[in-house]
Design a protein around this ligand. Structure first.
Ligand code: S3P
Length: 429
């Protein structure tokens, strides 16, 4: 773990950044390629630690995956040809890998054991193991299936009608991936719309799926066929530079290749509500997901209220939105965001503790936080809690502080954005 000193001296930011591949779509491109029969080619793949954990798991299942930078080729003859792994499947820091793999492996014909890092071992898995068990899955994990390590004995699954108790795309996706390999029609009812990359990719790989309002139906036993996937840039990574461009002095940043799937664009709604100078240009592209260019300039910001069905559309962006709010005039209230407590770390505590160290006026609530701005920020020694998004929030904060900010573990940022500091340094003028 290396301590990184960030001594930027309130710079101006100018230039253009091509946003690297979306983490959620990159994971799914490997999973779908492994399940499908035939060849899948992926363009714009995010080579981050989390996505490499997914590739590593499928390598242990005997799937042929060739990685050449952002290009990946997967050759598979389908799930029935995977080999039983002779090693434990290690999912690293990745909740998406852990939860979606549980759904996929539950309906396979092999036995396997999944384990993740220290953070994953504390994250709740019952939200996935519970519905999978209702489908007939044979799963054994710590605390009655709540935590990894979890052992999976693949078996024949039956369809379910499941009303989701939490708004979680990982839970929805785990059930849909299990449903693909089960008997009958599975119906998932969402509380609130969460990211729909799984539904979009199911269609892209040839499955029939019905989505009406928040009800998703999928007939089991459908075969997927290998496809070409163009991964859009990750709006959750772009979010750090959107906030940077809005709060740094005399700045203008052009962010290209940004995925604009509307289940993910809550950050754009928030920036607009706060009065940011932001333009959006959608572009024709070869992806099955929408892509565009965002231009952000230094902005006069006002506080806003963020809650309800907006939360799943920006859940990963809340740490950096909290930073944004420290530079906005008035009060920003973030509510209905209790899911933050079960992310890579408890992000309500982490954001409040770390922004307070820099002088922010921020208070935690049961389901979010309240920020009063604008406050000048000063330097401080910050902890990342081993959480990539807390680390990047701290680095963006350092652009507006009048002292040095240090972060304790810059390596954790590679989970989602390995080139983050290179991209940041390129736009500092
Ligand atoms: C993800 C879903 C979200 C998000 C995570 C990625 C996905 O998690 O926070 O970073 O790829 O499906 P939840 O499903 O737990 O909300």
């Amino acid at each position: 773990m290396t301590v990184k000193l960030l001594n930027f001296g309130k710079p101006s930011l100018q230039g253009s950044i091509k946003i690297p591949g979306d983490k959620s779509v990159s994971h799914r491109s490997i999973m779908f390629g492994a399940i499908a029969e035939g060849t899948t080619t992926v363009e714009g793949f995010l080579q981050s630690d989390d996505c490499l954990s997914t590739i590593d798991c499928f390598g242990k299942l005997g799937v042929d995956i060739k990685v050449d930078g952002e290009h990946v080729q997967i050759d598979s003859k389908g799930i029935s040809t995977w080999k039983e792994p002779d090693e434990i499947l290690y999912t690293g820091n990745s909740g998406t890998t852990t939860r979606l793999m549980l759904g996929i492996l539950a309906g396979s014909s092999i036995s396997s054991v999944l384990i993740g890092d220290e953070s994953i071992q504390k994250r709740p898995m019952k939200r996935v193991t519970e519905p999978l068990k209702q489908m007939g899955a044979k799963l054994i994990g710590r605390a009655n299936g709540q935590y990894t390590p979890i052992a999976v004995e693949g078996t024949t699954l039956k369809a379910i009608h499941y009303k989701m108790p939490v708004a979680s795309a990982q839970v929805k996706s785990a059930i849909l991936l299990a449903a693909l390999n089960s008997q009958g029609e599975t119906v998932v009812e969402e509380l609130e719309t969460t990211r729909d990359h799984t539904e979009k990719m199911l269609k892209h790989f040839g499955a029939e799926i019905s989505v009406k309002d928040n009800v998703i139906s999928l007939q089991g036993g459908q075969k997927l066929t290998g496809a070409h996937v163009v991964v859009p840039g990750d709006i959750s990574s772009a979010a750090f530079f959107l906030v940077a461009g809005a709060i740094a002095l005399d700045s203008k940043l052009v962010l290209t290749n940004v995925g604009l799937n509307e289940t993910r664009t809550g950050i754009i709604d928030v920036l607009k509500a706060m009065g940011a100078t932001l333009t959006i240009e959608t572009q024709n592209n070869a992806s099955h997901e929408p892509i565009g260019t965002l231009t952000i300039e230094t902005s006069n910001l006002v506080g806003t209220e963020i809650g309800g069905d907006l939360i799943p559309r920006l859940i990963d962006e809340i740490p950096v939105i909290a930073l944004l709010a420290t530079q906005a005039k008035g009060k920003t209230i973030i509510k209905n965001a209790e899911e933050l407590k079960v992310k890579e770390t408890n992000r309500i505590d982490a954001v409040v503790n770390e922004l307070r160290k820099l002088g922010a006026n921020i208070n935690p609530t049961e389901d979010g936080m309240v920020i009063e701005g604008p406050t000048p920020l000063h330097g401080g020694e910050l902890s990342t809690y081993g959480d990539h998004r807390i680390g990047m929030m701290a680095a963006i904060a350092a652009l507006v502080t009048d002292g040095i900010v240090s972060i304790d573990n810059q390596e954790c940022i590679a989970v989602s954005y390995p080139n983050f500091f290179e991209h940041l340094e390129n736009v500092i003028k």
